[in-house]
Ligand binder design. Structure first.
Ligand SMILES: Nc1ncnc2c1ncn2[C@@H]1O[C@H](COP(=O)(O)OP(=O)(O)OP(=O)(O)O)[C@@H](O)[C@H]1O
Ligand SMILES: [Mg+2]
Length: 66
């Protein structure tokens, strides 16, 4: 497994925003580590990917809760 690269400035910014807002959007180009960083920062949070069309449809229809 490759070594984990720490991103302290981003981690701090996300922690600040999460404390301020009910929803925070993290966007960026492909494969830069968005999901990995969020999973690292919030290991006990539920994780859902809407990459799966069936889950995206369920979310739109309010059939899943977070
Ligand atoms: N901080 C990190 N240190 C080392 N490797 C990392 C780090 N963050 C991500 N990676 C690796 O980079 C790859 C892409 O990570 P990830 O899936 O989190 O990116 P993403 O931005 O969510 O991608 P996509 O845009 O395709 O959804 C994975 O193989 C992951 O293990
Ligand atoms: Mg991703």
């Amino acid at each position: 497994m490759d070594a984990w690269i720490e991103r302290p400035e981003l981690a701090q910014l996300i922690a600040t925003r999460v404390a301020q807002r009910p929803v925070v959007v993290l966007t960026g180009i492909r494969q830069v580590g968005k999901r990995a960083l969020l999973r690292h920062l919030f290991p006990s949070h539920r994780y859902l990917t809407l990459d799966l069309p069936s889950l995206a449809e369920a979310a739109e229809a309010h059939r899943i809760s977070c």
